[in-house]
Design a protein around this ligand. Structure first.
Ligand code: SF4
Ligand code: SF4
Length: 239
């Protein structure tokens, strides 16, 4: 490695050097997160109604920092077209072509989350993962098939495509996270859980999964949540 190359980066392109580079980056990320957790713990300890929180009780989740904007008619139409195509897919085939979820079992369950009182995590984050919902809301044949069984049982009749589209249309919020899911309103998801996709109802982000996994076999405690972006604390847990 020449001096000029070393000045640019102390890591050359060889395998061991690149591995060392990745390890150094991971170590730096870990140190940053540990420092952020300690900052959050200190905030609780120094608050007027001080609570003794240790850094290991702090869960860092990503923060949705996207501004709200009016949900356009075009985005609504786009979602309804997607939903119609999923409905028609179910109607036209006896078996679903999306069977993957049948084998998915999330390693972290709702019970685990409750044990560590992480129910405020998503409210603090404000739906970072929902930004991926776009104009499909993760609606797929298996989810809709599953939800239709419930809806039709409740209504004691079959639901037509027009009725289905009208049902979902009732839940469009006025404003959504810009380019996020069409149901990502100011106060979170506007769809009832019985209409959300299996992905929406089962998904936990890696931050929640790793935190819960790390805590297993320890006495459950009330975790404190902070949402971060670009290594800055954007929001701490909403009580
Ligand atoms: S699962 Fe994770 S990324 Fe999604 S809303 Fe909850 S805390 Fe945020
Ligand atoms: S339907 Fe609700 S839970 Fe699912 S991605 Fe959209 S806002 Fe998130």
């Amino acid at each position: 490695m020449s001096l000029a190359e070393y000045r640019h980066s102390p890591y050359c392109s060889s395998g061991p050097c690149q591995l060392a580079k990745v390890q150094a980056q991971l170590k730096a990320q870990k140190q940053t997160k540990t420092a952020l957790k300690q900052t959050v713990a200190n905030q609780y300890q120094n608050a007027e109604n001080a609570i003794n929180v240790s850094a290991e009780h702090v869960l860092l989740v990503p923060a949705n920092t996207t501004a709200l904007s009016e949900l356009t008619e075009e985005r609504k139409r786009s979602f309804l077209a997607h939903l119609a195509s999923v409905y028609q897919n179910i109607e036209s085939s006896s078996k679903t072509d999306n069977y993957l979820y049948a084998f998915v079992t999330n390693e972290v369950t709702k019970q685990d989350i409750d044990d560590y009182q992480l129910d405020k995590a998503c409210a603090t984050c404000q739906g970072h993962c929902c930004l991926l919902g776009g104009t499909h809301g993760f609606q797929d044949p298996l989810s809709l098939k599953h939800n239709l069984v419930y809806i039709e049982k409740l209504l004691e009749k079959e639901v037509s495509l027009t009725e289905l589209l009208s049902l979902f249309s009732r839940y469009f919020p006025h404003s959504t996270s810009k380019l996020g899911c069409v149901f990502q309103g100011e106060m979170g998801c506007t769809l009832p859980t019985s209409l959300r996709s299996l992905t929406c109802n089962r998904f936990f982000c890696k931050e929640i999964v790793e935190f819960t996994r790390d805590q297993q076999n320890k006495t459950p405690f009330s975790a404190k949540v902070a949402a971060i972006a670009d290594n800055e604390i954007i929001r701490t847990q909403i009580h």
